[in-house]
Design a protein around this ligand. Structure first.
Ligand code: MRU
Length: 366
């Protein structure tokens, strides 16, 4: 697997725009992903020349965050069809690549969303042969990437009405540019509100076990020059009881049709504490994260990861037996704890079954 350090990083060719960063780039006819497992110490890009490399990057969280996984999978379909020469081989190869990528992570619905959307594009163009199919899929994948960034920017604009000057905001995990095509969902909201003078400081909880808050959100906020403090996950209750948190904003991996929200493990704990202390709890997510086929949070598959991620930090054992742990990657926050869902088409409020249905109708109507 080829790697490049940040001096040759391909970020400049991403469609994120001059003021936004993307962890995903299409350059010289190939896909490059920023290796997030190495941040903040090193900025290395992975040359994703095969779908197996992309699948491995998704599994080990080199690329992570629901929208970023979806965008990577979209490009992955193009990479996967690269060597197909005969039209009659297109179908079987597409299915192989689809299954490989779909099997990587179960909770983030943006993955299936992108792959199913890609299948429709594939079916529309496969009669034209391998070259034409690849060209159509690449154009489509670039569109998915650009649309994701655009959705994030629109979420940021819609969110401004929810924040006030001087607000201190808490976020969990990383829902920033790194977790999306660029700009970010929750961190996009934070960025926009900061630039509108509606936000003074961000509390970044570490987000054990893999420290997406401490490593990734802090890295992004540093680059954005937005004031922040990293706190342990167990500090959230104390901060709220001292009136030091005005709002919470997080991203999501899947939102059920009734507004129940799956997100990084620990989100539910933050939401319960927010309810206890009267702090509004907001979720920022594009419509591609809302799964109308999943009725409630009970139906959302929760990824269970290697127990070693809990017991070992930076290669050092923190617990006597590396197998005696449980590692749920996500939890579900019931919709009654969610004050609003910020989407690209606007701010949704309870009852979510209705507001979600209306949001999709609005998006379809253009
Ligand atoms: O396991 P991860 O790091 O992929 O989990 C990511 C999250 O939980 C994010 O909050 C979520 O995907 C929203 S990203 C905009």
């Amino acid at each position: 697997m080829d790697k490049q350090d940040s001096s040759e990083a391909p970020a400049a060719e991403s469609p994120a725009g001059a003021d936004a960063f993307s962890p995903i780039a299409w350059r010289d006819g190939g896909l490059w992903l920023l290796d997030q497992t190495l941040l903040p110490a090193e900025e290395e890009w992975i040359d994703c020349s095969t779908p197996e490399i992309i699948a491995d990057a998704i599994r080990r969280l080199a690329v992570r965050g629901a929208p970023a996984i979806g965008v990577s999978a979209a490009y992955g379909l193009v990479v996967g069809l690269r060597d197909v020469e005969r039209a009659e081989d297109l179908g079987s190869r597409f299915e192989e690549v689809y299954e490989l990528l779909a099997s990587t992570r179960p909770t983030a619905v943006n993955l299936r969303w992108a792959l199913d959307y890609g299948r429709r594009v594939f079916e529309e163009h496969r009669a034209g042969g391998p070259e034409a199919t690849r060209a159509a899929l690449l154009e489509w994948a670039k569109g998915v990437h650009a649309d994701d960034i655009d959705s994030c920017r629109r979420m940021g604009e819609h969110a401004v009405e929810l924040f006030r000057e001087g607000d201190k905001v808490l976020t969990h995990c990383n829902a920033g540019a790194l977790a999306t095509g660029g700009y970010g969902t929750a961190v996009g909201v934070i960025t926009s509100c900061f630039h509108h003078g509606r936000l003074a400081q961000v509390w970044v909880d570490e987000t054990r076990p893999l420290l997406q808050g401490a490593r990734l959100t802090a890295w992004e906020l540093s680059r954005l020059n937005i004031p922040y403090r990293v706190v342990t996950d167990s500090s959230v209750g104390a901060l709220m009881s001292r009136d030091m948190v005005d709002r919470v904003v997080v991203g999501s991996d899947r939102i059920a049709a009734n507004g129940d929200v799956a997100n990084k493990i620990g989100t539910y704990t933050v939401a319960v504490l927010a309810a206890r202390h009267g702090v509004p709890f907001y979720v920022a997510a594009p419509l591609s994260t809302i799964d109308l086929h999943t009725a409630t949070g009970d139906d959302i598959p929760i990824e269970i990861r290697d127990p070693e991620e809990v017991t070992r930090i930076a290669g050092v054992d923190m617990s006597p037996n590396t197998e005696m742990a449980q590692n749920f990657a996500f939890d579900v926050t019931p919709n009654d704890l969610v004050a609003a869902i910020i989407t690209e088409v606007g701010v949704l409020r309870a009852p979510y079954v209705e507001s979600i249905r209306e949001a999709f109708a609005q998006a379809e109507a253009g």
